[in-house]
Design a protein around this ligand. Structure first.
Ligand code: 13P
Length: 342
């Protein structure tokens, strides 16, 4: 198999029908916030423990195709001494790794950020590949307000995403290219659409300029949504239609799959939007998920550090994975959502 064929095969496995990706790659600072919110002290061990609990959920592999790990986690082992990459590979889930080092203030652009992590990336990717990682993630963030984002911010982030993606492919690792237009704010769905279009145009121009093979990558975008505090929210159907209409205009058909982020949507809306898009269909790419909060929030709360609650937490995780797995076929329903309680 050529290098590109191997990348393409991995990308297809990541967006296999009925399955999607668990983003469990929170930095220690973010994970600390999440754990403390449910009354758990954040230590190397509690972070490891919660992540092992998720990935060892019976049947998780039915709906989870891959897991994005954080640098700390990829170096950790399960309670019985197996590295996380091995735990995942054994059950047919592709191990992935977050490789950016975070979004930092962008010089000369008040309120905007640029994602860092290119220095030394070639060597880090080699090491992660040795450990078993077969895909990576880099997240750029684009904020919206009355004047933002600047073209400058979009361009530097697109350029960095493409540099990262090219280095990943050189290392035999599939890049998840994640330009996230944030939901925070009062902006309208029209404005979200306009900014998402400008961002994706710049990202694909940079990817092509930098010779990234589109067949060997996955796009991880936001859906087209009104701002969280906007007076008017689009209906589920409107979000699905607008997102797909926009993506048809700007995402080349050579990209094997689009794995949406949840971005702070409720668990239910994240599933409902994905399902509505798959029900509309008629697109050249797989429409999948790569959710963090929308897969983990309920199990984390159910666990809250209590050993006796671990089966409940795994049940909650399996339920969310199943809801999103069904959404891949456009089959997520209110009834399915309620079936856990039954
Ligand atoms: P959310 O689904 O919580 O937005 O997280 C996905 C992710 O990996 C962000 O980089």
């Amino acid at each position: 198999m050529s290098g590109l064929e191997a990348l393409h095969a991995t990308a297809l496995a990541m967006v296999a029908p009925g399955r999607g990706i668990l983003a469990a790659d929170e930095s220690n600072a973010t994970m600390t916030k999440r754990l403390e919110a449910v009354g758990v002290e954040s230590t190397e061990e509690t972070r490891r423990h919660f992540r092992e609990l998720l990935v060892s959920t019976p049947g998780a592999e039915e709906h989870i195709s891959g897991v994005i790990l954080y640098d700390e986690t990829i170096r950790q082992q399960s309670a019985d001494g197996r590295p996380f990459c091995e735990l995942l590979s054994e059950r047919g889930m592709v191990p992935g790794i977050k490789v950016d080092t975070g979004a930092k203030p962008l010089a000369g652009a008040e309120g905007e950020k640029v994602t860092e992590g290119l220095d030394g990336l070639r060597e880090r990717l080699e090491e992660y590949y040795e450990m078993g990682a077969r895909f990576a993630k880099w997240r750029a963030v684009i904020a919206i307000d009355d004047v933002l984002p600047s073209t400058y911010c979009i361009d530097v982030n697109a350029h960095a995403l493409a540099r990262y993606a090219a280095l990943c492919q050189e290392a035999g690792i599939v890049p998840i290219v994640e330009p996230e237009v944030l939901m925070d704010g009062t902006h309208s769905i029209d404005r979200a659409e306009e900014v998402t279009l400008a961002t994706l145009r710049a990202v694909f121009a940079a990817l092509l300029d930098q010779r990234v093979a589109l067949e060997g990558m996955i796009l991880k975008p936001n859906m087209v949504l009104s701002g969280t505090d906007a007076p008017q929210q689009g209906s589920i159907e409107e979000v699905a239609e607008r997102t797909l209409t926009l993506f048809r205009q700007v995402v080349p058909a050579a990209v094997p799959g689009i794995a949406f982020l949840s971005g702070g949507q409720s668990d239910e809306l994240a599933s409902a939007h994905l399902s509505a898009m798959n029900a509309l269909g008629n697109v050249p790419w797989e429409l999948s998920f790569s959710y963090g909060r929308a897969l983990q929030a309920t199990p984390l709360e159910a666990w809250s550090g209590d050993e006796a609650k671990e089966p409940d937490a795994q049940k909650a995780f399996a339920h969310r994975a199943r809801c999103n797995g069904e959404a891949r076929y456009g089959r997520y329903t209110e009834e399915l959502e309620q079936s856990l309680a039954a």
